[in-house]
Design a protein around this ligand. Structure first.
Ligand SMILES: [Mg+2]
Length: 217
């Protein structure tokens, strides 16, 4: 059933709704010695954000149980179910826009008993690794990141109701700049980059601080 709440919080997943990024846990704990640093290739502009993640996930084949255990250690916001209810009671619906993978996002949200609209890259376990693919059928498809988060925000803005954005990484910069500063929530890289550009935002550490701020408006 569609969520009738008029205002929309578009939120990143890895590092925003969770404490840790899945790709970073894979790099830190699962990549075999000698695996190329695909993230630095992305930072250098040699591969897309999507390809950096896809290649990283493809390079670690520990099997589904180990990958699932890794996802469980991403540190999903512990009060998420309660916060979603509070937001709905205050007229806010939550939409997840992620350049990461549906495989672990769905897994963590289901375990938390939370049902949200999610836009992310499809993926499944193949030969012991997470095989991520481009969401070519998505209305928000982007060859660069898989999901064009700015397009998700723009669609929400069309309603004329308030739109907030929360994020932490490089793909979050453009969508964050589409919403007003008092509805722009940032941590990590995104907070540093907005500061460098003299753009106002609201810093947060835990995602529940974002939901509290929106409920208290
Ligand atoms: Mg992130």
């Amino acid at each position: 059933m569609p969520d009738p709440s008029p205002a929309v919080l578009v939120t990143d997943f890895d590092g925003t709704l969770t404490r840790h990024d899945f790709y970073q846990l894979v790099i830190d704990e699962l990549l075999p010695p000698g695996t190329p640093n695909f993230w630095s290739r992305y930072v250098a502009g040699k591969v897309t954000h999507f390809e950096a993640l896809r290649l990283t996930f493809a390079a670690a084949s520990p099997g589904e149980a180990t990958l699932a255990a890794l996802a469980d250690r991403m540190g999903l916001e512990p009060a998420l179910a309660d916060e979603i209810v509070a937001l709905r009671n205050h007229g806010w619906q939550v939409v997840v826009a992620s350049a990461g993978c549906l495989w672990y996002i769905r897994r963590l949200l289901e375990a938390a008993g939370v049902s949200l609209e999610v836009h992310a890259n499809p993926g499944r376990i193949e030969d012991g690794h997470l095989a991520m693919s481009l969401p070519i059928d998505s209305p928000f498809y982007s060859p660069e990141t898989g999901i064009d988060k700015s397009a998700v925000v723009r669609q929400s803005l069309q309603s004329g109701h308030p739109v907030a954005f929360a994020g932490d990484g490089p793909p979050d910069l453009a969508p964050a700049l589409l919403v007003p500063p008092d509805l722009r929530f940032a941590r990590g890289y995104l907070a540093a980059e907005l500061t460098r550009r003299n753009e106002s935002f609201r810093p947060f550490d835990r995602w529940s601080e974002v939901s509290r701020a929106l409920c208290d408006r």
